[in-house]
Design a protein around this ligand. Sequence first.
Ligand code: F6R
Length: 243
Amino acid sequence: MEVVIVPDAAAGGEVIAEAVAALLRRKPDALLGVATGSTPLPVYRALAGKVRAGTVDTSRTRVCQLDEYVGLPAGHPESYRSVLLREVVEPLGLSPDRFMGPDGAAADVAAACAEYDAALAAAGRVDLQLLGIGTDGHIGFNEPCSSLASRTRIKTLTEQTREDNARFFDGDITQVPHHVITQGIGTILEARHLVLLATGEGKAEAVAATVEGPVAAVVPASALQLHPHATVVVDEAAAAKLK
Ligand code: F6R
């Protein structure tokens, strides 16, 4: 595992956007795995700047979603599909038909999980998977004690994660769904390159456990230690508890 310490979130966004741009120059039809939440926004903004400047061509780029809330109506502004259309697909000028994700509004959620896992397998390996990290060490929405071999499935969010995400729902935790569909840890580990970005002091403990602790299901992100090509980009605040 490679750890890159940058001064701040904007610098982290630049470093990762440059890695994505280099990938797309080498492989224009690359499959990018995209995360939601606050952390990856500087990456998407830096990448959009490169698209506008004409230094990267995204006309053949494919993107796939990491996770999704269950039960939000289609088109809800905080569904991860809506967020990614707004923050990634539109600003990067991607074709929406090259964007895939699980159906969190499906009547049969278990079938939607299996369908998405099969669609990912059919699309080939994700070339670069961007990840954030929860304050409890989750990746995707694989909460602590998720199996390290897990596949795309329904999960229940911890109270901590629902509290952390209430800010996206007018600060009202009662609006945060209890259930999600998430790529499993085993699914995530199939990507060719994993890039985790963590910023802010609130992530320092989870980062230390991920990078320097044992590989353990209680810290799902520690599974990155098992991957042959994992990069962890942290700002100084998130690096504060590294030895
Ligand atoms: C969301 C996801 C989550 C977030 C994590 C951190 O797609 O995969 O693992 O990355 O909850 O969220 P932020 O970045 O909002 O702190």
